[in-house]
Design a protein around this ligand. Structure first.
Ligand code: FAD
Length: 386
């Protein structure tokens, strides 16, 4: 057995604290101006074009990217702070978040220079929404079974097929998509997929809504009916996207958004318990906060390892596995503790409303971005157990 597991002991440096104060002041201003309500994650849109532009003006999108492309050459740890503050405030970051977290880095690594110069500065300004076009009907966890076909034509590629569960496709400008350019080979069943940058405004792309259990419209089915993608929108090597797609997933899995999605119920519980909780409340709260603290240390550690150029794929998968199970379990734990609250607690109605919403959101948390079983397979392989 080869155990290659290592969470570097990393703490956030002092400059992160001044940045945190800046982000909190910005959030407070936005809340005061009525842009969003941190206590009401179920109300209002989770995207807001003007808000994304203001975040871009602050320099908080593309923070780690080169200045040449509109980035700010700051650290992954500083980016961690911004992500964390926006997530706990339930800020409407949906429009720019995927581009900032994972699509931008892929464009930066694989796109031709003129595309990088055209698109990356726009991402940094908070102007464009990217979506992930991996899953298809019949190809989710096993994304290398994708069938949506790209056929070579004059000057580009003709696309036919269907993607599914595409978050934000209804507001998207671009999709980073995996399309089949050749059949898989006997030696390598992952062979034959190529990554493309797709302009979502192109002819032949139809976006059909799929509604969440909460009634919200987050994801979609995207049908490609003879859509055209030009040659210079092909990213990386033809037929070899399997090498690229897995590095995209490493960016996707370890951030604070992977354990803070239901955090608001913990905040509301703290409010309800007040400054002198009884023994049961204090013990339950202490346990939850200790678990959260540990997850946070692990997530900061992964951000630090990304900063030092490492590829912490196993560690990132562990953060996502433990983090999503924790945020999924949180509404249940809060409900258990809330059962013992005094009946006249002033924020009871808000807590109940938030619990109902978090409970409906919880099932998706261990599916999106890779299921628990898939993550455990990756972790087992990384530890030399399979
Ligand atoms: C809220 C949300 C947003 C999403 N957004 C996007 C998006 O923007 N873009 C995108 O491309 N996709 C998106 N997805 C899709 C998501 O990535 C897939 O749902 C996920 O990869 C699982 O695929 P599947 O639904 O086809 O399930 P399947 O792959 O069919 O899995 C079904 C069950 O079988 C288990 N399983 C499958 N294979 C194995 C195995 N080898 N070993 C052990 N167990 C296994 C799984 O763990 C799961 O429990 C989103 C999903 C959700 C819930």
């Amino acid at each position: 057995m080869t155990a290659n597991l290592c969470f570097d002991q990393i703490r956030l440096p002092p400059q992160c604290e001044s940045l945190r104060r800046e982000v909190r002041a910005f959030v407070a201003e936005e809340v005061a101006a009525g842009t969003f309500d941190p206590g009401r994650p179920h109300q209002g849109d989770s995207h807001n074009r003007d808000f994304s532009r203001r975040v871009g003006d602050k320099g908080w999108i593309g923070m780690t990217w080169p200045k040449r492309y509109g980035g700010h050459e700051r650290s992954f740890l500083e980016r961690h702070v911004v992500t964390e503050e926006f997530r706990v405030a339930n800020a409407p970051v949906r429009l720019h978040f995927v581009a900032d977290r994972q699509s931008g880095p892929i464009v930066l690594k694989y796109a031709p220079e003129h595309i990088k110069l055209e698109i990356l500065p726009r991402i940094c300004r908070g102007e464009v929404c990217f979506v992930i076009g991996m899953s298809e009907p019949g190809s989710g966890s096993d994304l290398f079974a994708a069938k949506t076909k790209a056929t070579k034509v004059d000057g580009g590629w003709r696309i036919n097929g269907t993607k599914i569960w595409t978050s934000n496709a209804h507001i998207a400008d671009y999709m980073l998509a995996l399309f089949r350019t050749s059949p898989p080979t006997k030696e390598n069943r992952r062979h034959g997929l190529t990554q493309f940058l797709v302009d979502m405004k192109s002819a032949g792309i139809h976006v059909n809504p799929i509604y969440q259990m909460t009634g919200q419209h987050d994801f979609n089915e995207v049908v490609f009916d003879d859509a055209f993608v030009p040659d210079d929108h092909l990213l990386g090597e033809i037929d070899a996207a399997w090498k690229q797609a897995t590095s995209e997933l490493a960016f996707e899995r370890s951030g604070p958004e992977r354990f803070l999605e239901t955090f608001y119920v913990l905040v509301e519980l703290i409010r309800a318990l007040g400054p002198s909780p009884d023994l049961r409340g204090a013990e339950g709260l202490g346990r939850l906060v200790a678990q959260l603290h540990t997850l946070r240390r692990m997530s900061v550690s992964v951000a630090g390892m990304l900063q030092s150029g490492k590829e912490p794929v196993v560690e990132g998968s562990i953060v996502k596995d433990l983090g999503t199970l924790w945020e999924q379990e949180l509404p249940k734990q809060v409900r258990r503790l809330a059962a013992f609250l005094e009946p006249d607690v002033t924020n009871r109605a808000t807590l109940d409303e938030q619990l109902a919403f978090a409970t409906a959101v919880a099932p998706k948390l261990t599916i999106q971005g890779g299921t628990t079983e898939i993550l455990r397979g990756i972790i087992a392989r990384g530890l030399g157990l399979r």
